[in-house]
Design a protein around this ligand. Structure first.
Ligand code: C5P
Length: 203
């Protein structure tokens, strides 16, 4: 039988990362945060490397430096290289191979249900208002000692949303058969519980 694939898409700080890790752990599936691929290409671009060449040469080892990859600079750079069709094309095989892992997999990103795994058994689209997402990101940054003002974090979230939804190549969009989960008024536990129930019903 085909391996079980869960596709989880949504904008930055919607809760999709937390939900993806929890769903993977709950059902014993492998998890790939595909944003890390674009972040890794983004930091190579900041280092002066051609992003298309960086994407073509990307290996698992390039995803190891999570400290730098998780930063705001890497996020903005990621959303810039993510508009380049050749960069996206170079990352498709890695993602599809991961999705076909024997034990099943959870992939989270922006275009998993629409482009990378349109045949996924379960598709979730996780959203929350820009204000709620900016507030979460602001609290996360503060906990790490980063004093960026909340208005600046909101501006950053809105800029990245616009770039991700308005690009021609694989824009951020819910697949027609995706199940939407709006986490604006849900706690982390409630969001995880909702997603786990939806996946469990389809396993
Ligand atoms: O999810 P994360 O915030 O780490 O993603 C960083 C950026 O990478 C996004 O803003 C988006 O531009 C890009 N991305 C993408 N397609 C994916 C995952 C991420 O375009 N599947």
């Amino acid at each position: 039988s085909e391996p079980f694939t869960v596709a989880i898409d949504g904008p930055a700080a919607s809760g999709k990362g937390t939900i993806s890790r929890a769903v993977a752990a709950r059902f014993g599936l492998a998890h790939l945060d595909t944003g890390l691929l674009y972040r890794a290409v983004g930091v190579r671009m900041l280092d002066g490397i051609d992003p298309v060449e960086a994407a073509q040469a990307l290996t698992r080892a390039d995803l190891a430096d999570e400290g730098r990859l998780r930063g705001a600079e890497a996020a903005q750079a990621a959303s810039k290289v993510a508009v380049i069709p050749e960069v996206r094309a170079a990352l498709v095989d890695f993602q599809r191979a991961f999705a076909r892992r024997a034990g099943g997999a959870v992939l989270d990103g922006r275009d998993i249900g629409t482009v990378i795994c349109p045949e996924a058994e379960v598709k979730l689209f996780v959203t929350a208002s820009a204000e709620v997402r900016a507030h979460r990101r602001y609290l996360e940054l503060r906990a790490k000692g980063d004093e960026t003002a909340e208005e600046a974090v909101l501006a950053d979230v809105i800029a990245r949303d616009a770039r991700d939804s308005e690009r021609a190549a694989a824009p951020l969009r819910a697949a027609g058969d995706a199940i939407r989960i709006d986490t604006s008024h849900l706690s982390i536990d409630e969001a995880v519980e909702t997603a786990t129930r939806v996946v469990g019903e389809r396993l």
